[in-house]
Design a protein around this ligand. Sequence first.
Ligand code: UP5
Ligand code: MG
Length: 190
Amino acid sequence: SNRVRPLLTFVLGGPGSGKGTQCAKIAETFGFLHLSAGELLRKEILSGGENGSLILDIIKEGKIVPSEITVNLILREIELTENRKVLIDGFPRTDENRIAFERIVGVGPDLVIFFDCPEEEMVKRLLSRNQGRIDDNIETIKKRLEIFDKLNLPVINYYSSKGKVHKIKAVGTTEEIFEKVNPIFASLSL
Ligand code: UP5
Ligand code: MG
């Protein structure tokens, strides 16, 4: 399309709620660029960038990386792509993240998807993921869940008050959940 600025979607939800899995399906079906904030941070650790060791220490503790770092990694990707449809997966995590994004990038999201998943289901999924993520151990998972409740839920509530949130009950199979996601994007007539 000829959008001058990207159609921005923030995809939020607790650790293991299925953000990455559903974003991959949205990207494939509707042609979005999928940017996972967590993946960009993990790539930064691996590439040995100047903030790598700081990011590693924070992720191990399930805490939140300083906003400027994350926002600038996201901004770089938005500037590099021609795609005007962008999914931002797992960001903003805090009100401070949200405000920094709006300040640095100059826009907010067009819509927000919230994958609402019971804690015991998220824990079960994370403990059986087996992809070697340094934060997929029960101690770090507990911290990620606490930080989600304390810092990320207020961001979701903020966007709810702006009428931007589509809340999806994120239980069932990947396909069953995508059947609830699909109409949201289908109705945007991209
Ligand atoms: N799975 C998925 N859907 C399933 C289903 N319907 N039924 C059964 N299993 C299902 O899914 C998790 C696992 O469950 C996978 O094995 C999947 O196959 C299975 P996934 O789609 O990966 O869920 P997701 O919500 O993406 O889980 P993830 O662990 O990635 O979420 P987090 O939010 O914890 O991780 P993220 O990578 O976003 O962040 C990691 C850390 O980076 C944060 O804790 C934080 O320290 C840091 N961070 C920041 O500081 N700032 C940021 O802006 C972002 C991250
Ligand atoms: Mg993920």
